[in-house]
Design a protein around this ligand. Sequence first.
Ligand SMILES: [Zn+2]
Length: 238
Amino acid sequence: MANFNTHLNVAFMVSGTLSLTVYKAGLVDDSGFLMCAALGTIGGLLPDLDSDNSTPIKLGFNLISFVFAFGLVMHWRGELSLLALMVLWLAGYGFMRYVVFYVFTTMTVHRGVIHSVPYMAILGLALTYLSHDILHLPLTVSWFYGLFLFGGAMVHLALDELYSVNLSNMKMKRSSGTAMKFYQHKDKWWYLLLYVILALLLYIAPPFDTFWQQVSDPAAWAKLKLGLWPELIKGWLS
Ligand SMILES: [Zn+2]
């Protein structure tokens, strides 16, 4: 298993790079970019939240709550008054820090279930649904939010997998193949429940093909190509 700092750093690097990419392609705006980077980083920490209640996790969650609240304020900075923004900041921070953290650390579901692909897919889809159908954010950004959260979590599971394979070169190959988990027989009823919820969420999720059309639009990637190189190199290339 990779440790907290590794998870934090890798998740931040991966989601930072990817959110910058979609930002440069013009698919998300400033606040969307910040939110995507934050959500990807949060996703990279989520799978271990129930198992590890140690200080770094708490510190990390403090930071995440702060970034999350900041993202909220950035998103509504145009529409809301200063006072409303300050309330939003506090409420967003409190919600992440106390409600979400509490739910994740006290849930009786044990590690085997949270530390899995379907559980994280549920969280990602739920976020997309919440963002689009409840908060009425645009479709593209809603899907990006869900995908970044899910993607961050997949980075986490892949890292754990990588570390367990690494260790097994020296030790017994005990933990290998358990990180990237889709199903485990001893938790069959939990997994049944997870897949039922997942199917339900897939059914009510906002249309993915519309999102995909937007993302695969060549114009966005032409824009990215334009923003990829510094002016000097662009001169040489053309
Ligand atoms: Zn883990």
